[in-house]
Design a protein around this ligand. Structure first.
Ligand SMILES: [Zn+2]
Length: 450
């Protein structure tokens, strides 16, 4: 007798489509997908009538440690993620310390505090870290990295093309399962314009967009794609924000098999005319025009954009002020728990993007890209029983107080969303039901790859 069966739901299987079927789950894995009449009866039965059963959502782009320190953030933000059906996150690990020295402690934190599973991406910021890449792959089972062609001045220096190329060549030696993310904006254009912006005392998002010329991303994309081709290293261009960048990627993808691209919820849901407090959305890369926003949605529909993340780096309201003071840019509120509802509202309901296509960007595509498929990202016999049961037509209002994040504010406060995650199941266990998180402690694990 399986531990759990889910019956009467519409099951969304990536690359297969919607299937009317029941699921049987045992020992944390999916063990059968079948018509209810032939499905063995579970010890526990969930009736998913009127709901869509989707794979657990993957947010491939999350930062921790900006709210209340890394350990506490890991606990609160991965717990909060369950509210949105997110069962796995990709977490960027920054800093200039040798990861060989800090990683064992991070591993302990992930394995004791996280409510979701986690696959870390190590940022390569120094020559010493670059030299250690073999250790990260061979000893730690980390196969994804990140380079900053542009980084927030005062926070971390931007990296030269020579440094990135050298890093990509080091990574490419380990064969095709390694992947490097690149923040692809040309630094000299932005540095000059940012200086002008901060000297001018300007504030609005329109002015911020004007001081973040789209050419910086367009050129950044061309450089990142060239570095990928030269090194033959797979490169994922993260947080794409502009139509110009997208147009370059569309053309480059035809001749360059090494590049993939991510955009984030912020650029899909806002533009520089949106009615939000400017200091809550002074992001880097900047939110641009509504034309840029709509181009990104077309990129999602066409399949040019491979994955969608949140780039969440939760800060408190106080922390937000400090970010603006110290670096001139905003941190974020809790977005990971809203990733799925935001995409359902803006993509599926408001723009008519087919559900299966939309959901592939936050399930199968990131799972395949980061080497955790078919354990994650799909509904198949043998896959982890990570699932979210969604009421596509149920509306709700965003309230940060119900997201249990360290962020005591929300960029989306009061916004009505359509598409409600009713239940989250992780490893065969119901971990969230109707906005209530059930386990006391997280059972998330760091996923080893390679
Ligand atoms: Zn990021």
């Amino acid at each position: 007798m399986p531990q759990l069966t889910i019956i009467n739901g519409e099951v969304l299987i990536p690359e297969r489509g919607m299937v009317r079927a029941g699921l049987a789950i045992d020992e944390g894995k999916i063990v059968a997908i079948a018509k209810e009449s032939v499905l063995p009866e579970g010890r526990e039965i969930i009736d998913a009538s009127g709901l869509v059963v989707m794979p657990g959502i993957i947010d491939p782009h999350v930062h921790l440690g900006f709210g209340h320190g890394f350990e506490k953030d890991c606990r609160t933000e991965t717990r909060s993620a369950l509210l949105g059906g997110v069962t796995t996150i990709g977490c960027f690990i920054g800093g200039t310390c040798l990861h060989s020295q800090t990683f064992p402690e991070l591993e302990r934190i992930f394995n004791t505090q996280a409510f979701t599973d986690v696959f870390p991406h190590l940022c390569i910021n120094t020559e010493e870290q670059r030299a250690e890449i073999p250790v990260y792959v061979n000893q730690f089972g980390v196969t994804s990295f990140k380079f900053f062609m542009f980084c927030i001045p005062g926070y971390m220096p931007s990296q030269s093309n020579a440094f990135i190329l050298n890093g990509l060549r080091t990574i490419a030696k380990f064969s095709s399962y390694c992947l490097a993310s690149i923040h692809a904006e040309e630094a000299s254009i932005l540095t000059e314009q940012w200086n002008n912006f901060f000297r001018s005392g300007k504030k609005t998002l329109i002015e911020w967009a004007a001081h973040n010329p789209v050419e910086a991303e367009e050129l950044g994309v061309i450089i990142a794609a060239s570095l990928a081709a030269m090194s033959q290293c797979r490169v994922n261009i993260v947080h794409l924000a502009t139509a110009a960048g997208l147009a370059r990627i569309r053309a480059l993808k035809r001749i360059n098999p090494f590049i993939t691209v991510e955009t984030i919820t912020l650029y899909l849901t806002l533009n520089c005319l949106s009615e939000v407090a400017p200091e809550e959305a002074r992001w880097s890369p900047a939110v641009r025009s509504s034309e840029d926003q709509e181009a990104l949605w077309r990129g999602v529909e066409e399949g040019i954009i491979d994955t969608i993340g949140t780039d969440q780096d939760c800060v408190t309201r106080e922390g937000l002020q400090k970010f603006i003071q110290d670096y001139g840019v905003s941190g974020s509120s809790a977005v990971t728990p809203l990733l799925l509802p935001l995409l359902l509202t803006e993509g599926y309901h408001n723009r008519g993007i087919p559900l299966e296509k939309l959901i592939s960007k936050i399930t199968i595509n990131p799972a395949q890209l980061w080497g955790i498929y078919p354990q994650k990202g799909t509904i198949a016999v043998g896959s982890d029983a990570d699932l979210v049961l969604v009421d596509l037509n149920r509306e709700f209002e965003v309230d940060y107080r119900k997201l249990f994040s360290v962020a005591d504010w929300s960029l989306y406060q009061g916004k009505r969303l359509k598409g409600f995650p009713v239940m989250t199941i992780k490893g065969g266990e119901v971990v969230m039901k109707e906005g209530k998180i059930l386990p006391e402690w997280g059972k998330g694990k760091r996923i080893k790859r390679g």
